[in-house]
Design a protein around this ligand. Structure first.
Ligand SMILES: [Zn+2]
Ligand SMILES: [Zn+2]
Length: 508
């Protein structure tokens, strides 16, 4: 721009490097008198090159100005949208403006008799080019948009898979209440009125997939009215050993820890209680004999085997239309293999069928309840035991002799709390949520985790092809709407600007 004006200053030789469009104007754009043109141009320089200044000077030519500006502005608008304004276009526009302004003295049909015809030619020449530029611009926007979307998927999906930390920071949780379920609940067995132990026979810590440390698990259990817990982390007794040590040091007989683990595979989940050593779990689908071997081994170590959450294990999973744990042994088989009991309440689910089965075999089976706590929430059931003392051995002895009942409140306890937010979650969650968005375009079924680095069902992925098709259609429509709005407002602003200029010229 400055280059062009400086050439004007030097004597108004029109640059010869311009496009054919410029050439087509050369004949009429050249001033007949340098002085005449210089006058216009000097005003233009005064006003910083602004066109309204020229308008003021040549107010007799408002209509012609108006038209030439209209086409020139429309042209430059197109260049801007395409993102490829060419220098030639720009200068052509300027020259068009300069021609009208400079040639205004004599009025239309006087110094510039051919001007209206040339404008028509120019418009005709512009239309295909305008369409081509619009199309290229549209393709460019579409390609860039798709690339951005692919980039977001490439970053978001892996972050969603395993890059987002847990929202809550459980390490900072404290439990500052004290519940006494004895004050408002009576045992399921109404004659079981004397008891001194309120036991949670199934919970997890950070030694497997629980959220609380052994210390926190103890504090949470105490707050919810328990005075004994069996820590049963998946596949390991380590969590229970850590909890035992901590409870003995810190809580004395306020909290008794019974050691154990949850034997977890794709056929069954069993709590192995009263053992101090982890029992290896393998493979994900053990044979009947392998399961019997586990039961025998626990018995040889002085422990007991409690079969967990049969309703949960047998819940039908879609899309396979089979049990969560396929090929779960029957209660009869398990009784035959020598298990010691069943979990009759898991979280808030009371398993009446299993309870009745235990009633039918009350000489061989014991009923226990478990919160299966992974994250602190409401408590629903407390196993009641009347032990001669609060030692783990005394409690295990009562279980072995099948002298238990339980308190049950299916509504669950009131005091619950969320952990404070983990700041790291906010850091990575935006990308995780982007990944989650893309997962919405497919159903991915992985099935039940075996806790042995595999899944119990074969993965099924259903991609919603029509949803993806609709996404691109909506994207196309969105881009088109934005384009149309852009062009419309662009045109509107120019129109208003021209009207303002015209009004100023009239008043000048
Ligand atoms: Zn389980
Ligand atoms: Zn469990």
């Amino acid at each position: 721009m400055s280059h062009f004006y400086s050439e004007q200053e030097k004597g108004y030789e029109f640059p010869e490097r311009d496009s054919s469009l410029l050439d087509s104007y050369a004949g009429i754009a050249k001033p007949e008198s340098t002085a005449q043109y210089g006058e216009a141009s000097s005003v233009s320089m005064h006003s910083g090159g602004s066109q309204p200044a020229r308008h003021r000077l040549h107010s007799g030519q408002i209509d012609s100005e108006y038209d030439s500006h209209g086409s020139s502005l429309a042209y430059s608008g197109h260049g801007n949208i395409a993102g490829q304004p060419s220098r030639a276009n720009y200068e052509t526009n300027r020259i068009v403006g300069g021609r009208s302004g400079g040639g205004g003295d004599g009025g239309p049909g006087d110094s510039w008799p051919q001007a209206p015809d040339m404008r028509g030619e120019r418009r005709r020449a512009s239309v295909p080019r305008l369409l081509l530029c619009g199309l290229l611009h549209f393709i460019k926007v579409l390609v860039i948009t798709i690339l951005v979307i692919l980039l977001m998927a490439a970053v978001g999906i892996p972050v969603s898979d395993n890059g987002v930390p847990f929202p809550g920071d459980y390490t900072k949780m404290e439990f500052d209440w004290q519940l006494d379920p004895r004050s408002y609940l009576t045992p399921f067995n109404a004659s079981f009125t004397d008891y001194n132990i309120l036991l949670d026979a199934h919970l997890h810590t950070i030694y497997s997939d629980g959220a609380l440390s052994p210390q926190q698990a103890i504090e949470f259990s105490l707050a919810n009215g328990f005075n004994a817990i069996i820590v049963t982390d998946h596949q390991t007794v380590e969590g229970s050993l850590a909890a035992k040590q901590y409870a003995e040091e810190k809580f004395g007989d306020r909290m008794t820890i019974i050691t154990g683990m949850e034997y977890t595979c794709c056929r069954i989940h069993m709590n192995l209680i009263g053992i101090n050593e982890s029992i290896p779990v393998s493979p994900p689908f053990p044979s009947d004999d392998e399961l019997r071997g586990v039961i025998d081994k626990v018995h040889s170590m002085g422990g007991m085997v409690i079969v967990n959450h049969i309703p949960w294990s047998n819940t039908t999973l879609l899309p396979w239309d089979e049990a969560r744990l396929p090929d779960h042994p029957t209660r009869e088989q398990l009784l035959d293999w020598g298990v010691d009991g069943f979990e009759v309440v898991n979280q808030g689910t009371f398993d009446l069928r299993t309870y009745q089965f235990i009633q039918d075999h009350s000489d061989k089976l014991v009923a226990l309840t478990g919160s299966d706590m992974h994250y602190p929430g409401p408590s629903y059931a407390w196993t009641t035991i009347n032990a001669p003392n609060k030692s783990a051995e005394a409690i295990l002895d009562e279980i072995r002799n099948r002298r238990t009942s339980f308190l049950l409140d299916a509504s669950g306890t009131r005091p619950v709390q969320d952990p404070p937010y983990n700041p790291n979650y906010f850091k990575y969650a935006p990308w995780g949520l982007v990944g989650d968005y893309f997962y919405g375009y497919a159903d991915r079924y992985r099935g039940q985790y075996s806790f042995q680095a595999t899944f119990c069902q074969k993965e099924v992925v259903n991609v919603h092809h029509s949803m993806i098709g609709w996404f691109f259609l909506w994207l196309l429509i969105a881009i088109l709407v934005i384009e149309v709005l852009y062009w419309f407002f662009h045109w509107l602003i120019l129109l208003v600007a021209r009207m303002i200029r015209a009004r100023r010229s009239r008043h000048a």
